[in-house]
Design a protein. Sequence first.
Lengths: 457, 249
Amino acid sequence: MPKFEKMAYASSDEMIFGTAKNPVKYGRDFTVGGGYVFPELVPHPRPGTEATKKTLVKEYEKMVTDVLDRCVAIGIPGIQIELEHVYQMTRNPDWGGEIAAETKRLQEEYYRKFGLKSAIRATIADYRKPDEEDIRNSVALENMLKTFETSAAGGADNLSIESVGGKEISDYTIVRQDIRGTLFGIGVLGSRDMEFMWKKVVEIANKYGATPGGDTNCAQANVAMFMAGGYQDRSVPHTFAALTRAIAAARTLVAYEQGAKGPTKDCGYEDVIIKAITGNPISMEGKTCACAHSDLLGNLVAACCDLWSNEAVEYHDMFGGTTVAVFTEILGYDVALMNTAIEMGHAKILKELMVQSDKYRDTHGFILCPENAYEIGKAIVSNNTSYYARARAAAIKAGELMLGDSNLQMSAFEKESLQSAMRTLESLPDKEEDFISECADIYKKLIPGFTLANYGL
Amino acid sequence: MATVANYANIFVRYDLISSGEAKGAKVSSKDAALQKVLQCVLEGDSDNIEAAVNEALASKDPMTVINEGLIKGMNEVSRLWDEGVYYLPQAIVASDAMLKGLEICEKKLGKSLEKKGTVITHTAEGDIHDLGQKIVNALLRANGFEVVDLGKDVPVDEVVAAVKKYNPVMLTGTALMTTTMTAFERISNRLTKDGYATPFVCGGGAVSLEYVTGYNLGIYGKDASQAPGMASDAVNGLSWSQLREKWNS
């Protein structure tokens, strides 16, 4: 059940990069949200190296070394490295554990030699199949939980995941521009699966003295955002994707209600809303993740970040070194600028510059600029009678904000898509049980394998 | 705090150029019943297509309803999508409605329409991200192809066995991750070794042209919307290397 009833901040003006109400300290003298921003570098192995444990561990050893070398080459004070699991690292729990241990060994070496502050996030791959198996009792779940344990035992400081509950519904509904089903898949089923999953993650983290980090709606809201794409794409309306993001915030919040502490997962674009509600530090990605995917809010999304990430970069050579080293440098200078602004008392100005760069570039940046994100957060905590009620309220608020600011331009098609979704949202039942009953009847017929039992219903 | 007076030097909204023109459907039918069928497809109205088709079938033979209502409507949807008037969701819900209507007509006919050809689709072993594959399935079906959907996280052995069983005109593979797409090359090697020359269209997420064109049979699929055109070319006899030349050069 929802727990957050009020906002962590009195207003969005208080929210700023580098500082969170509840800083997190772990790793090697590494504090997130304690006054300064640090980079979070996410290396991705080359195809083929996943063939054996030996080749994959070696690949990570090389990538991590390149990252740490670049840090000490250009003076980066500290860094978090994310081990974002490829399938094989979670499918084989000892692989994930050994790679975490090797990363820790290297980070300790650089901390000893140079005093380089550092930490490790392990993000376990959620490869459960909601439309094919009992996701509360499957081999995949068993392996995932084992891998959380091996990773924590190996040295991961932060345990995170990109959970997929409700994806069987949202995959069907996002490409059909069906806001009711998307609200059901993310806001209700996703939230319920998060509650189930995060109880277990927090338990494991506590057992090993690791920090339960965060979750992201990558499997759903990012799907909508990536499909919406750039200005010339015609896959999903941008206004629809923005509504999906607001719904995702209500869903991602569940991790923190179950005990996650942050820093949140970098690809959770909804995390600025999470910070407004929880006060937990957040990891964000924008222009620096163009190596992995494009977005339309490359500067704005840094406005309240505590870690600044590249999402994922595959390991290759570039003129300036390997990709992981190059992106470490790019991230390092980005955060150096933010930290300079903090030191010189200009952080609010830099924040405003970031926001104004992208606030009216697209609907996603518009709803995630701090002042609008804060309003969506307020809608969530003011409607906390059920997961459904708060997710619906978040979407309606996001829609009202988009329709209410004349500076946000949209095509006739985009506007009609938004107005149509708003009519649907406003016509939905007030009570969660009525909504679930209505959706169960509809989507059981449309989506083979969909079962309510996977969500404790 | 200063405000921005002119965003034009910060970003340009290229999406708004010409976006104001409402360009509707250009097809219609003089027959009121067929017009209703056509309209249901154009609007992706799966709730009312059944009644519309049944009404049309009361006075028309099934092939007329199929050709003058369902297929005519779907062709117009394809045009609107190609021209950027419709988005993907409009194409998908139109295909849902069209296929629902087709099923009713086929029942009345007492047989299924002959399909243009069989295509096997799958998502790579270790990969559960099958949304792209689902879009490919919908677009192929709406364009008259038989789709054998192997699902997600499909072992290499199963894909190879399915190709041997169905002998499709085309095989597709979807993967989000570079570390799962390596299964495509293993499938290609197995099929080539066993003497199969089935065009193997691979796409999704991190899959690249460079990777896919590095092994036999591989044709890079940049976008799901290309799948029906590629399958039509395969039916028309283009080999995998000719398909690669046409779509990847």
